[in-house]
Design a protein around this ligand. Structure first.
Ligand code: NAD
Ligand code: 6OD
Length: 487
């Protein structure tokens, strides 16, 4: 039974200096519902001019009331933002589902509660942050003084819109910075509501600013180039990261990057296969496979390869692809036509490369409108196929057998990416040994996407620069001055 949207989509304006405003030239673009291909509403299209206003407001706020807030006051505001997100959970989950095509049930159980928790976590964490101090015999006392980095540009992707925005914004505000945010053009709604929430929670005008728009030659490009932005926190594709690095080079901005992944899911024959299959369904297809951490390259030790493929395929065929607002939907719609065509292109590449489509690979029957794709398992591809090498970012996984531990480590590392990996084994020594050899920033053993926000999070190689989480985010969003007092 299809649930009717109980929450109406919103038209999205910029939020600059505490006010919702249109673009100076009144330009807007359409926001499309990926589940129905209908227009949800309009979005103000910002550019250099709007980013200029937003940066000026953020700069004033940095030196104004925000500068004088105490840690306790900022902690209270972060807590209140988290509380208000939870008060508006159902509305936010609806808007997130309409924008992205993800199941409402997923947005309501994961995205929005985690968005609130990002604020609650940092509300507590910032109150325990200290600095270093060293006594140098009787000569001197050295201590580090922490201050905000300044105005931060936050540029976001579309897959987990509110979860990822709050993951950056909470420590950014907590450390006393101000922000100019650009959400992904395909998913503008929850970021817009978050601005209302920030205002209600007591964030002073100008501290958070939001400019909608596109990438290069638009709001994203304007943020990267703006000389008065001190740092950029970016989540998105490596190519975009590289473009931002080039355009921010003249002003030497501090950069934090969380980029793509082509993550190996390595299954040894001694693993608990029931648990493996249960979790691998999620690590392959949750959020339509549009999670940077998805284990899209599955490697299975040969003795259990056939059993894994047949049991996994059986379970995957039972997943319900459907309208995101249906209660029983497991897999919703991909985010846009452009992305859908791109993912479908990879299915064609797999066929041309001699791959076997074990299940999926096509639009589900009965869903003629919307960007739906059956969860897809592909076998028999060589490691040179673009399907095995490139991030697909959709409900498509490849499965490959292996014989030796050294061989699978080599294959797992045979990529420009290095975000995450999952290793399934009941052999503790092997778990440590393989984990130490895999070139990835996040390694899960016998689990996937189990998060503790104090831990370092991020990727190596083309998957990112720096780490976030706990103290790592605090370090990015602050500058240290070492002060030496001669005794
Ligand atoms: P994208 O790089 O295309 O876009 C991200 C953002 O950058 C958007 O807001 C876009 O408008 C903006 N942008 C594009 N070009 C720009 C430019 N030249 N200058 C400034 N801004 C620009 O990424 P996407 O398609 O929105 O997201 C998917 C990608 O994000 C995948 O690669 C995925 O793996 C990655 N991702 C990584 C993580 C992580 O934690 N590592 C999390 C989520 C998504
Ligand atoms: O859990 C997180 O903190 C995080 N940044 C998740 C990213 C998921 C990528 O799609």
């Amino acid at each position: 039974m299809q649930t009717e949207a109980r929450i109406k989509a919103i038209n999205c304006q910029h939020f600059i200096n505490g006010q919702f405003v249109d673009s100076k030239n009144q330009k807007t673009f359409e926001n499309i519902n990926p589940a129905t291909e209908e227009v949800l509403g309009t979005v103000a299209e910002g550019g250099k001019e709007e980013v200029g206003y937003a940066v000026a407001a953020a700069r004033r706020a940095l030196k104004g009331p925000w500068k004088n807030t105490t840690l306790q006051e900022r902690s209270k505001i972060l807590r209140r933002i988290g509380d208000l997100i939870l008060e508006r959970q159902e509305e936010l989950a609806h808007l997130e589902s309409l924008d992205t095509g993800k199941p409402f049930s997923l947005a309501n159980s994961i995205d929005i509660p985690r968005a609130a928790y990002n604020f609650h976590f940092y509300a507590d964490y910032i109150t325990s942050v200290g600095t270093e101090a060293y006594q140098q015999d009787q000569q001197a006392l050295h201590y580090a003084y922490r201050r905000p980095v300044g105005v931060v540009g936050i540029i976001k992707p579309w897959n987990l819109p509110l979860l990822l925005l709050t993951w950056k914004l909470a420590p950014c505000l907590g450390m006393g910075n101000t922000a100019v945010i650009k959400p992904a053009e395909w998913t503008p709604m929850t970021a817009t509501v978050l601005m209302e929430i920030c205002k209600e929670a007591g964030v002073p005008d100008g501290v958070v600013n939001l400019v909608h728009g596109f990438g290069p030659n638009s709001a994203g490009g304007a943020i990267s180039e703006h000389p008065d932005i001190d740092a950029i926190s970016f989540i998105g594709e490596p190519g975009t990261g590289s473009a931002i690095m080039k355009s921010s080079a003249d002003s030497l901005k501090k950069l934090s990057y969380e980029l793509g992944g082509k993550n190996p899911n390595i299954i040894f024959a001694d693993a608990d296969l029931d648990e493996v299959i249960e979790t691998t369904i999620k690590s392959s297809f949750v959020n339509q496979g549009e999670v940077c951490l998805c284990g899209s390259r599955i490697y299975v030790e040969r003795p259990i390869y056939s059993e894994f493929v047949s049991r996994f395929a059986e379970r995957v065929k039972a997943l319900k692809v459907g309208h995101p607002l249906d209660d029983d939907t497991n897999v919703g719609a991909l985010v846009s036509k452009e992305h859908y065509d791109r993912v479908m292109g990879y299915v064609e590449i797999a066929k041309n490369d001699g791959g076997t489509i074990v299940t999926g690979g096509k639009r589900p029957e009965g869903l003629e409108k919307g960007y739906y794709l059956e969860p897809t398992i592909i076998t028999d591809l060589s490691r040179n196929s673009r399907c095995v090498r490139e991030e697909i970012f959709g409900p498509v996984v490849t499965v490959t057998p292996f014989d030796m531990e050294e061989e699978v480590v080599m294959q797992a590392n045979d990529t420009h990416y290095g975000l995450s990996a999952t290793i399934w084994t009941s052999n503790l020594k092997r778990a440590h040994r393989v984990s130490h050899q895999i070139e990835a920033g996040i390694i899960w053993v016998n689990t996937w996407f189990l998060r503790d926000l104090r831990t370092p999070f991020g990727g190596m190689k083309n998957s990112g620069i720096g780490r976030t989480g706990g103290m790592h985010s605090i370090d990015f969003y602050s500058e240290l001055s070492n002060i030496t007092i001669k005794l």
